[in-house]
Design a protein around this ligand. Structure first.
Ligand code: PGA
Length: 251
């Protein structure tokens, strides 16, 4: 049995005041514990969130980490070891906004994934196709390639300490959600690819869906056999909405 995970990606949002409000809102949610809950604030707000949610069963994560695991001379970057020390247990790697806007390659994503695990963080590997790639029928090839970058370099065993997030780029922040069937097809393909090398690891790894998840569509998505929760952007900035999504995952 895989424990569902709902992860809130706050992206480059928040001020100290709005984050304080979000913390208060999250503290008011009744979270059953059936689903694991995580939030990914901007680096600037990690300390505030770690402190504010200290008595709440919510995991804190970073949105990205440097390719080098340890602190050093790399201006503007944040090391996985620094995230860990600040109270993070997870980190997103390979989010499409970084792959596409900042030109992050599979090679860079692999190094970040490795750096995260080297510091005891659980990497949440984001994969997904653009609209053009979907329309060209390349979805499974693209996602397979993003997954293979890690498997070929590190072996499938590393997914025993990682999470995968399938996020079709065309569904992120657009209000367009993949249908539960569309998402399930890709999730099943991801699991099958991993299972071809290690059925045990594939059976245990959590595969989240991301892309315009909201309270209104969460239950339907999470009801699919290979969807183990969600990576939630916009809707995670509203504590009540996010709480409802977490409860949908726990049911
Ligand atoms: P969204 O973002 O829920 O706002 O579509 C998801 C993500 O990019 O992680």
């Amino acid at each position: 049995m895989r424990r569902p995970l709902v992860a809130g990606n706050w992206k480059m949002h928040g001020t100290r005041a709005s984050v304080a409000e979000l913390i208060e809102g999250l503290r008011r949610q009744s979270l059953s514990g059936d689903a694991e809950v995580a939030v990914f604030p901007s680096c600037l707000h990690i300390a505030q969130v770690v402190e504010g949610l200290a008595e709440v069963p919510v995991v804190i994560g970073g949105q990205d980490c440097a390719v080098e695991p340890q602190q050093g001379a790399l201006t503007g970057e944040v090391a996985a070891s620094q995230l860990r020390e600040a109270g993070c247990a997870m980190v997103l790697v390979g989010h499409s906004e970084r792959r596409l806007s900042l030109g992050e390659s599979d090679e860079v994503v692999v190094r970040k994934f490795v750096a995260a695990q080297a510091c005891g963080l659980i990497p949440v590997l984001c994969v997904g196709e653009t609209l053009a790639q979907r329309e060209a029928g390349e979805t499974l090839v693209v996602v397979g390639r993003q997954l293979a970058a890690i498997v070929d370099a590190q072996g499938v065993g590393v997914f025993a300490r990682a999470v995968v997030a399938y996020e079709p780029v065309w569904a992120i922040g657009t209000g367009l959600t993949a249908s539960p069937e569309q998402a399930q097809e890709v999730h099943a393909a991801i699991r099958a690819r991993l299972a071809a090398q290690d059925a045990d690891v594939a059976g245990k790894v959590r595969i989240l869906y991301g892309g315009s998840v909201k309270a209104a569509n969460a239950a339907e998505l999470f009801g699919m056999p290979d969807i183990d929760g969600g990576l939630v952007g916009g809707a995670s900035l509203n504590a009540d909405e996010f709480g409802a999504i977490c409860r949908a995952a726990g049911n």
